[in-house]
Design a protein around this ligand. Structure first.
Ligand code: HEC
Length: 119
């Protein structure tokens, strides 16, 4: 009987739509699609801070717990806001940055990711 060689594959998508595929499971396009390996290479630019005066502080102190991207992808902050943010890292999360480096780092972060002058 020919029908015995056919299998019915039913897939329910995230949207709740279900549709059937009648054919041999080996030929099912969905089964092939679900069995893919995807490889992703992340850009290196997020692994270090951009060059500038104070970049050495950021590179040594601000990637202990998270990536540079966590810092550089924030909306632009003012110098005072950066100081608050840096001090929050120190007091709330225990960042070991010495207090006498807070100003230099805030200047650096304002220069690379700060609000445009006058705002
Ligand atoms: C002085 C360098 C430095 C800078 C600049 C810095 N961090 Fe963080 N940082 C955190 C944690 C935890 C979060 C929150 C992550 C989350 O919300 O998912 C965070 C988040 C942030 C954010 C995102 C906004 C926010 O407030 O959540 C910024 C900006 C940031 N850190 C800046 C732990 C640290 C630690 C660990 C001791 C260190 C060191 C650290 N951070 C060093 C630094």
């Amino acid at each position: 009987m020919r029908h015995s060689t056919l299998a019915l594959l039913t897939v329910v998508t995230a949207a709740g739509v279900s549709y059937g595929y009648a054919g041999s499971p080996a030929d099912a396009p969905l089964a092939t699609a679900l069995n893919r390996t995807v490889s992703v290479t992340l850009p290196d630019s997020h692994n270090v801070f951009p060059p500038g005066e104070g970049a050495d502080i950021a590179n040594s102190q601000c990637m202990i717990c998270h990536s540079a991207g966590m810092v550089t992808r924030q909306p632009p902050l003012s110098y005072d806001e950066w100081k608050l943010e840096i001090n929050k890292m120190r007091s709330a999360y225990g960042a070991p940055l010495p207090e006498n480096q807070v100003d230099s780092l805030a200047k650096y972060l304002t220069a690379i990711a700060g609000k445009p002058q006058g705002k």
